[in-house]
Design a protein around this ligand. Structure first.
Ligand SMILES: NC(=O)c1ccc[n+]([C@@H]2O[C@H](COP(=O)([O-])OP(=O)(O)OC[C@H]3O[C@@H](n4cnc5c(N)ncnc54)[C@H](O)[C@@H]3O)[C@@H](O)[C@H]2O)c1
Length: 494
């Protein structure tokens, strides 16, 4: 045995010992996670995988989702997730709809439910809708017995723990609680890597004992110096702040991409040059058709709402600009497609390659592709869409959603527009067959392997390629005869 493995084993034994010392009851710890989504599922799978001495139960009210977690077709696609679930499911990792039973018998309860942007009433379109979090807190207050540590894993507005504590203060069975904030920083597409080796784990709370209990869980595999402890409010705000700063970087480089196109500078060259500055760094400087995903927009809007609530008008306006820039980038891309194809796409087939908001995930929430497709459909284009992981039902549901009116209804005219002008294909080449233009919406690796010659064979001439991710070999496509538009580079053949 090497010194490293020996030390590793000793650290693990020590943390198990410490955890048992802080455990309220029983000889093993039991964790319950409410919400079996993109965060709850992978996060708990990793905890179960790393902590064989902890029983982990992931609960959800959505029976279909739980059935999928218990099947061979998991509801979430992440590289490496399936293997870890298969190794641990039925041993110390369980998926169930028995919410009350698991709340009652667990020592620690994670709340990992969705916190979407509110779609009604005060704060509509900005504030986080906390109804699911409140329902969880009320359920816990109703059924919990003894002492429980409640962990906010969902991304929440600052001071939500205050609300959670007030609800829990009215527990039915004289149960007692500590509330911790433990926001999740994983990125979809690399969730398992991020969970396995996080840059940091953040734990905010008021009770040292409760904080220690959660530190001990992560200490099974995360080096101590990467486990940060703060007060509750810093922890809640840090998650919003991190997403705001990340999204701001994307909007910054996208703003520069528009300027590059106007001045014949090349955004990749500019990004490389500024990224070499150690104060700036190279990451998150990739220009694209715009950011998507369930978090960036929602969390910034949430922060904007908080700023407004606290009377910080100028601060709110500053952060809102990040979203406005992102919307502009998506519209600009669609407009450029139309302009390049002789100012009309009416009746023209356009291949849309990629629908997920980024590669290696099947998540389409707020994907830039949805908005580009909407704008092209409004111009009466025929869309042939292909994504390696997103099912047809999801693509159609997203398009219907984006056309819905204020009252939430889909006009008959828009339903027909989608039905008659969208087909879903099984490969990139099938989508490109007899297309007037090809748009790259997601940076899936397989698109880089497409043969320019084969693609050229399929499409109408002149052949147009619109690279919304700057992943294709532009030179090879130009040599093949394509006219190539790339973000932050403009029309390369002009
Ligand atoms: N997706 C990400 O990349 C990511 C990253 C970091 C943080 N977050 C945050 O984590 C939280 C969860 O996000 P997600 O992407 O996993 O959401 P999700 O929509 O994929 O999953 C949420 C799950 O919670 C379940 N649920 C809702 N109310 C419930 C209740 N009362 N009882 C039991 N189950 C209930 C839903 O059925 C759903 O399956 C959000 O606050 C999000 O902002 C997400």
């Amino acid at each position: 045995m090497t010194i490293d493995t020996e030390l590793g084993l000793m650290t693990e034994q020590l943390s198990v010992f410490l955890m048992q010392a802080t455990l309220p009851s029983g000889d093993y710890m039991k964790i319950c996670c409410i919400g079996a989504g993109y965060v709850g599922g992978p996060t708990m799978a990793m905890i179960a995988h790393k902590c064989s001495d902890i029983q982990v139960h992931v609960v959800d009210i959505n029976q279909t989702r739980i059935d999928a977690w218990n099947s061979d077709h998991l509801p979430v696609y992440e590289p490496g997730l399936q293997e870890i679930v298969e190794q641990n499911r039925g041993k110390n990792l369980h998926f169930t709809t028995e919410v009350d039973e698991q709340i009652r018998t667990s020592d620690m309860i994670f709340i990992s439910v969705n916190t979407p942007t509110k779609q009604y009433g005060v704060g509509k379109g900005r504030a986080a809708d906390l109804k699911f979090v409140e329902l969880c807190a009320r359920r816990i207050a109703e059924v919990a017995e003894g002492h429980k540590v409640i962990v906010e894993k969902s991304t929440l507005p600052v001071r939500t723990a205050e609300t959670v504590k007030r609800i829990l203060a009215n527990a039915s069975h004289e149960a007692t609680f500590d509330v911790l904030s433990n926001p999740e920083f994983l990125a979809e597409g690399t969730a398992m890597e991020d969970l396995d080796s996080p840059d940091r784990v953040l734990i905010g709370g008021e009770s040292d004992k409760a904080i220690q209990m959660l530190v001990d869980v992560y200490a099974h595999w995360v080096p101590k110096e990467r486990i940060l402890t703060t007060n509750l409010w810093s922890s809640e705000l840090s998650k919003l702040a991190a997403n705001a700063v990340l999204a701001q970087r994307i909007s910054s480089i996208n703003a520069i991409s528009a300027l590059c196109e106007a001045t014949q500078a090349d955004v990749d060259e500019v990004a490389h040059a500024i990224g070499q500055d150690s104060r700036i760094g190279p990451k998150f400087l990739k220009a694209s058709v715009g950011f998507g995903g369930s978090c960036f927009q929602k969390d910034i809007l949430n922060m904007v709402y908080l700023c407004e609530f606290y009377g910080l008008k100028e601060v709110a306006e500053y952060w809102e600009q990040v979203i406005l820039m992102n919307d502009h980038q998506k519209q600009r891309f669609a407009r450029n497609m139309v302009r390049t194809m002789f100012n009309t796409v009416s009746g023209k087939r356009i291949a849309i390659l990629g629908f997920a908001f980024k590669k290696d995930t099947n998540d389409t929430r707020e994907s830039a592709a949805i908005y580009v497709c909407r704008d092209l459909l409004t111009e009466q284009a025929n869309l042939a869409i292909y994504d390696p992981k997103v099912p047809e039902s999801q693509i159609r549901a997203d398009l219907e959603y984006v056309f819905k009116q204020e009252n939430g209804e889909l006009a008959e005219r828009d339903r027909k527009l989608i039905e008659e002008n969208v087909i879903i294909c099984n490969s990139a080449l099938e989508a490109a067959d007899q297309a007037h233009g090809v748009g790259i919406m997601t940076e899936w690796d397989e698109f880089k392997d497409i043969s320019p010659a084969e693609l050229y064979e399929k499409v109408f001439k002149p052949a147009f390629l619109f690279d919304g991710r700057n992943i294709m070999d532009h030179k090879a496509y130009i040599e093949q005869g394509f006219e190539v538009y790339a973000i932050g580079k403009g029309l390369l053949n002009s």
